[in-house]
Design a protein around this ligand. Sequence first.
Ligand code: GRG
Length: 297
Amino acid sequence: MSESVEELLARNAQLVEEFTREHLPQEGVPRVLWESVVYGATGGKKLRASLLFATAQAYGIPEEKVLPLAAGIEMIHSFSLVHDDLPCMDNDDFRRGKPSLHKAFGEAMGVLAGDALLVEGLRMFVNNREFLKTFGTRKVTAVTQVLLEALGNQGMVGGQVLDLLYQGKEVTEREVFEIYLRKTARFIQAPILCGGILGGASRKERRLLSRFGLLLGECFQIKDDILDVTQESTRLGKTAGKDLVQGKATLVRVQGISKAEKVMHHLFEEACQILASLPRDFATLLALSRFVITRAY
Ligand code: GRG
């Protein structure tokens, strides 16, 4: 790879954000709604889109073919952040280096633009004729199912509820991983698995990609929790140090930073072994995965 991972992420971010702005319907839509949705979808690392691009690339699929899905996934991810920042959730005023959506547009728009990011995020690829023509209804239905499962009660919504229920309580490592798995890991796994599905991966390859994706998702959340206690808000683009203040159930709280780091590296090793066992060139996916555990933001 001639470009750095940071350059790759920046290039992908531009691609995804331009596509989103171009394809988000404006006709008959209140201006404030369109603007707040674009505001919510703008910024961030675009890691999930990049994971999809990298997996699809290993199956010979160029970025532009999966762009509608990449944009949709990032909009849905943005929805989770917008709602997570609301006063009734994690109550955060700062996200992606700018005021949270509800701070910029008011609380009601925080709720409504969040809703719109989910629905319009799904429409981005389900309604895209070119995407349907390229991959066919069976594959598009399969990736939609993967995303809905990752987001539903057994996925992100359930994980967020556990996150709230365990707040301020004594928790075990197992309970922490239950939150990680649902709240974060399944939606990191999803774009990787979707790339495999669209690429026609065999059942065995899909099983290995799923396992790899979950391990990477757990690494991602552990790193996120470590950064929360070690990094500055300005570098993170969100308020640092909140987990301890809010009594969040994190591995750092249960085990300390150094043990959490060891666990993360152990999970990462397992993930790398799985990727290496797959008969494809996953160099870009591997580079992105290394970024997940070494990143500073
Ligand atoms: C979205 C179905 C659904 C329900 C909403 C509010 C909520 C329920 C869930 C919150 C989930 C959440 C905020 C998980 C945390 C995952 C996490 C650490 C996200 C940060 O991801 P980055 O660092 O963000 O990739 P950027 O800004 O770079 O895109």
